[in-house]
Ligand binder design. Structure first.
Ligand code: SER
Length: 313
């Protein structure tokens, strides 16, 4: 991996991914793209291209000009947004993926795209969810993610495209807030703790979901992409998680730093329903075994760095 084009580069993952890849591979070797121009300082003035992932022609033209060896396809609507407009989600999530895979096939690119814990459903084992298990999700996002995993496998088997992916849990970061995800509470809670000393959670008390700190997520992407292909048995997509947490657990950890922090609940039935259809805790053993997945942040350490970073903003 030496020269990389990224779609959805202004999203929650894409923003930090772009910065990290530029640091590691050189600014001129990373081309971030998104459907709109960047607003923040971080990406301004650097190479950047506007790209709607539904436009295969423009995607191919950009690749033909930039000549990357790797594509990281991050553009996607998250679970709650997708549920509001399922047809549109299909267009972006599946249409975009097909275009990206076709581009990777034509230009011989290595390919990464994230799947999610959303690829599981109510009939999946909830605890210690295995790498290979029942996947019958009940959300449009989940349907897209399962189809995406299979399609990436297909492009590898049929056309030899070097496709790789992980099933990300909720990702927690202070650089860019997520939008429209079921796990977003776990980011909002830190911002609100510092802004107002209180938070109203749309996810219920004891609902456990998998989470991971963004730095670990970015490291996982790079590690997986740099792994020797011979090491990979599963490819699309590996379970990865660093912690299984619920709102009460996060609040208790925040209170170690902000003793008066208050948490109450106004549960959103849609997002609560989605959360309940997902596993409580997935098993990341295969990612650890096959390519050395090794997250460094637990809830305690993540809470420390989140609060510190938001305070310094
Ligand atoms: N964070 C995502 C969501 O909640 C899960 O992949 O939609």
């Amino acid at each position: 991996m030496e020269r990389i084009i990224i779609t959805g580069a202004l999203g929650q993952i894409g923003t930090e991914l772009t910065l990290k890849l530029r640091e590691k591979y050189g600014e001129e070797n990373v081309l971030p793209t998104d459907i709109k121009e960047p607003e923040g300082e971080a990406l301004k003035g650097k190479p950047f291209e506007v790209l709607d992932v539904r436009d295969q022609e423009r995607m191919k033209a950009l690749v033909s000009e930039f000549k990357p060896d790797t594509m990281m396809h991050m553009a996607s609507l998250l679970s709650a947004t997708a549920e509001k407009n399922p047809q549109f989600a299909w267009e972006i999530n599946m249409g975009g993926l097909v275009n990206a895979l076709e581009t990777a096939r034509e230009f011989g690119l290595k390919f990464f795209t994230p799947s999610s814990i959303g690829a599981f459903g109510p009939s999946t084992p909830k605890e210690n969810t295995p790498q290979v298990t029942i996947q019958r999700p009940t959300t449009m996002y989940g349907v897209n993610k399962v189809a995406g995993e299979l399609l990436c496998d297909y492009y590898h088997e049929k056309f030899g495209v070097d496709t790789r992916g992980v099933r990300f849990p909720g990702l927690i970061s202070h650089v860019k807030e997520p939008g429209g995800g079921t796990t977003d509470y776990a980011v909002e809670i830190y911002f609100e703790a510092l802004r107002n000393g209180r938070y109203t959670s749309f996810i219920d008390k004891s609902t456990n979901m998998d989470m991971m700190y963004m730095e670990d997520a970015i490291d996982a992407i790079i590690k997986l992409m740099e792994a020797h292909p011979g090491q990979l048995k599963d490819r699309n997509a590996f379970n990865v998680s660093a912690m299984s947490i619920n709102p009460e657990m996060v609040a208790n950890e925040i209170r170690k730093h902000i003793p008066d922090f208050e948490l109450d609940y106004d549960v959103d039935p849609v997002r609560q329903g989605i959360a309940e259809s997902w596993p409580n805790a997935i098993d990341s053993t295969e990612a650890k075994r096959q390519w050395g997945f090794d997250p460094r942040y637990d809830l305690e350490k993540m809470t420390e760095v989140m609060l510190e970073a938001i305070r310094n903003k």
